[in-house]
Design a protein around this ligand. Structure first.
Ligand SMILES: Cc1ncc(C[n+]2csc(CCOP(=O)(O)OP(=O)(O)O)c2C)c(N)n1
Ligand SMILES: [Mg+2]
Length: 685
């Protein structure tokens, strides 16, 4: 068989596996894999430095399938390259990531070929995609990460990091706003390690893009400062390879390749139609398409002889050699730069360096106190010095979020200083969150910050960080009505409930400066969970911990902060964040009146609910049903802690524009109101 025939056979294997899997599942997206098989073949078998034997080798090139509905492309290529499986502890498992059986069970329960690429589920998937635009936006974080890693760790003669990121996207990705934010940022930063390939097929679900998407996409990317290339025929692998070559030679800007393709290529009745996007072709059309490809018409899930070997001699050999060279290089690096090598190894395993929590501040009791965001700024500046690979930034609110790293040498990340630890995301919250995910997927410890209200603008990427099980950190300040005069557009109401509803996301709203320290202590030790740290704008009293319980209770999600001496309360006040000190004031009033009150500080529902039942019952004894929850947020969900008999002092409407004091009065966040709710429950008013 000639080389040319072998290449076509490999490409058609990707196509036919995709068609067969979708048909078998009776659902999925055959058309785009049929069109993009030559692209994926070229990237993987001719260009990428990726070793199927070790899909988490740190200096591998990254491949992102942003049009995640075309997942069969990925399952086919992971299978044909015999990419190996690894587990969440980064151990190699000695079996393939995606088996032919998985492909036969495409989209079925437990198959390693699910509907869309899922990072936490299938080895070789670099990021979860499916919500259009997320993949390309995340790839920008991967690009920033590579630049930072190269700058921080490479030494003369030791190019430890020098990888590239290839992201494939479709019309949908490029219509989504998040891709525009991300492309703008990548262009600004001149990320020349980043290449997006745009599947320009003029088709989306509702039909031809004439009805929705007629802008000049190439001109748009030129305006962003990208190098724009065009390949007029998605079947021309020489041209594709040439364009990818040009990408690798281009310095100082990212590359955008417009690839003209035909969705459902090879299907006589479906090619270039929206029907090819998301419907199985049907047995007859599959036969006709296979005939067009010169494929045995009745064969199903066929991997012809020689195809596995073809990928093994292409990607397999190239990747193995590259990884071996890197491994040798890294061994020499470890001898010359042992500390740096240790850092890289720890980072790759998501371990923390020794002494990561040294010098964390302890805040003395202070009735005037300090804002949550200010305490956070102090802690973050200590942690970022203790943990070399902790970095991040804000969506143009650094001075307000107090997330700017101000110590000597922290630096600003930009085109001239890829070692900077302060990232400036600009007013691009959604791309920021996706970028932070990309940094985290690259094993950096990364944070992104904005006002809590604008977590809405970032939510799809926050959700994905939880789905991917990434230890990203979202710092969300101005958590309630503390910015009073800004009014209801800036006052979060439903946001706590909304974040608490995301499975796996640790939402934390600390009540004073020492709780902020403990919140960070908890967050930093997470390896597979993201955290949302929700902080006040205004000063909160720093509680006297000689009088009240230590803040280390934060690590249990909720703890008894103040209690009567016999520990047999008749009423429990539960609060988070700025309302903790309010609850303490109410508690003191109640105690002065002879009422056995308890205050439970509850910074995190999620952490609390993962404690043993005995602990939960100790904090909230089931027989004490007189309970008042107080939180400057939607009351939604608090019934679970106060029960039907309890009270929730919270928000049932939007806020208003006024000084904070007036808002507290209007909405009932005053000690007397809390105390009187408690007394009402006890029938003592
Ligand atoms: C954010 C988001 N909105 C909507 C969808 C549903 N959806 C999946 S694919 C698709 C059309 C995508 O068109 P295009 O990217 O051009 O893909 P092609 O059909 O060309 O492969 C839509 C609307 C989605 N997955 N994500
Ligand atoms: Mg399209």
């Amino acid at each position: 068989m000639t080389d040319e025939n072998m290449i076509q056979l490999a490409i058609n294997t990707i196509r036919t596996l995709s068609m067969d899997a979708v048909q078998q599942a009776k659902s999925g997206h055959p058309g785009t894999p049929m069109a993009l098989a030559p692209l994926v073949y070229t990237i993987w078998n001719r260009v990428m430095r990726f070793d199927p034997q070790d899909p988490i080798w740190p200096n591998r090139d990254r491949f992102v399938l942003s049009n995640g509905h075309a997942s069969m492309l990925l399952w086919s290529v992971l299978h044909l390259t015999r990419t190996q499986a690894v587990n969440a502890d980064y151990e190699r498992l000695g079996h393939p990531s995606v088996s032919l059986d998985d492909i036969r069970h495409f989209r079925q329960l437990d198959s390693r070929a699910p509907g869309h690429p899922e990072y936490h589920w299938v080895s070789g998937v670099e990021t979860t995609t499916g919500p259009l635009g997320q993949g390309v936006a995340t790839s920008v974080g991967m690009g920033i990460a590579e630049k930072w890693l190269a700058n921080h760790y490479n030494r003369p003669g030791f190019e430890i990091f020098n990888y590239n990121i290839y992201a494939v996207c479709g019309d949908g990705c490029l219509m989504e706003g998040v891709a525009s934010e991300a492309a703008s940022l990548a262009g600004h930063l001149g990320l020349d390690n980043l290449c997006w390939i745009y599947d320009n097929n003029h088709i989306t679900i509702e039909g031809n893009t004439h009805i929705t998407f007629t802008e000049d996409v190439a001109a748009r990317f030129l305006a962003y400062g990208w190098n724009v290339l065009r390949v007029g025929d998605a079947n021309d692998i020489e041209r594709i390879e040439h364009a990818l070559d040009t990408f690798r030679k281009t310095k100082g800007r990212p590359t955008f390749i417009v690839l003209d393709s035909h969705i459902g290529y090879g299907s006589p009745n479906r090619q270039d139609t929206a029907a090819a996007h998301g419907e199985p072709l049907g047995d007859d059309e599959i036969r006709l398409s296979k005939k067009f490809y010169g494929w045995p018409e009745d064969a199903k899930f066929l991997v012809p002889e020689g195809v596995y070997e073809h990928f093994a001699t292409g990607l397999g050999a190239r990747g193995a050699k590259a990884r071996q060279q890197w491994t040798d290089l890294f061994a020499a690096y470890r001898t010359t730069y042992p500390e740096l090598a240790t850092e890289i190894e720890q980072m790759q395993r998501r371990d923390l360096p020794a002494g990561w929590d040294r010098d964390l501040p302890v805040f003395p009791a202070d009735p005037k106190g300090i804002a949550g965001r200010d305490a956070s700024g102090q802690v973050l500046n200590v942690l970022a010095q203790n943990i070399p690979w902790l970095l991040g930034g804000s969506a143009d609110l650094g001075p307000s979020n107090k997330t700017t790293l101000t110590f000597k040498d922290a630096g600003d990340f930009d085109t001239d200083n890829a070692a900077g630890k302060n990232l400036h995301f600009g007013i691009r919250e959604h791309a920021m969150a996706a970028t932070v995910n990309g940094l985290s997927l690259s094993k950096l410890r990364a944070f992104g910050a904005t006002f809590f209200i604008f977590s809405d603008y970032a939510r799809p990427a926050i959700r994905l960080s939880a789905l991917m099980e990434l230890p990203t950190i979202f710092i969300l300040t101005h958590d309630a009505m503390g910015d009073g005069e800004d009014g209801p557009t800036h006052q979060p109401v439903e946001h706590l409930a909304s974040l608490r509803a995301i499975p796996g996301l640790v939402t934390l709203r600390p009540g004073d400066a020492n709780e902020v320290v403990e919140a960070y202590r908890y967050i930093m030790q997470l390896r597979h969970q993201p955290a949302a740290l929700v902080l006040s704008r205004q000063p909160l009293p720093t509680l006297d911990r000689t009088k009240y319980a230590p803040a280390s209770g934060v690590g249990c999600g909720a703890y008894v902060l103040a209690d009567v001496s016999a520990r047999n309360p008749e009423v429990i006040l539960i609060a988070s964040g700025s309302e903790v000190s309010l609850a303490v004031e109410a508690h003191e009033k109640l105690v002065a009146e002879g009422i056995r009150s308890r205050v439970v500080s509850m910074p995190s529902w999620d952490i609390f609910e993962h404690q043993p039942q005995e602990y939960q019952d100790e904090v909230l004894p089931p027989d004490v049903t007189a309970r008042v929850a107080v939180e400057q947020a939607s009351t939604f969900g608090w019934e679970r802690y106060v029960g039907r008999a309890g009270r929730v002092i919270g928000m049932k409407t939007f806020g208003a524009s006024a000084p904070l004091k007036e808002l507290q009065r209007k909405f009932g966040f005053e000690p007397d109101r809390v105390a009187s709710a408690a007394k009402e429950l006890l029938g003592r008013n």
